[in-house]
Design a protein around this ligand. Sequence first.
Ligand SMILES: C[S@@+](CC[C@H](N)C(=O)[O-])C[C@H]1O[C@@H](n2cnc3c(N)ncnc32)[C@H](O)[C@@H]1O
Length: 204
Amino acid sequence: MDTQTHWEKIYTEKAPNAVSWYRPHLETSLALIEKAAAGISASVIDVGGGESTLVDDLLAHGYESITVLDISQTAIDANKKRLGKASQRVHWLAADITKVELEPSVYDVWHDRAVFHFLTSPADRLAYVHQVTRAMKPGGNVIVSTFGPEGPTKCSGLEVVRYDAESLHQEFGMRFRLLDSCKELHHTPFGTVQQFLYCLCRIE
Ligand SMILES: C[S@@+](CC[C@H](N)C(=O)[O-])C[C@H]1O[C@@H](n2cnc3c(N)ncnc32)[C@H](O)[C@@H]1O
């Protein structure tokens, strides 16, 4: 099954709160975005946003330039339905982050929770880093969250790569300056606990 079909199947079959990565709110992501953004006019992209309520929280905080990208059209449609009229204030992109042609130098803040770790092939990781480097404004901030060293080896039936701050930073290279990192124990809706890592880097 290809990547897109996999995720369409997940979002067609499962309720938003019936997936292991569900949280009512992505508090750590929001706090890091608040730290990374110069203000509410910052242009923010949530890569692989899924059906998370981060976009709702960004809108509630007044962010004026929000893009949500996901490979699943079903997830994007569910967000639009949940948000109603407010969804018109968001730019939606149904695309594969390793393949899409993003506008160059447009984003101030890049956020990804639990997407990069699915890229098990070096070529896909390289394509992802190329996208970040191209789409971000110089001096922009990049927040990437993956499973940590003690996190699960699989998610949603797919293999993942686990990272610590150093190995994740290495994937992005020296143009990215590591500003902050933290770990979080995520309690899944099924009562299990998963270690997540969050890194905040600035593109020099
Ligand atoms: C584990 S979920 C995380 C969703 C959300 N970020 C969160 O934390 O609730 C991974 C998400 O990445 C999306 N995804 C997976 N591979 C992708 C790709 N190559 N390009 C864009 N989105 C992708 C999936 O559709 C899914 O919504």
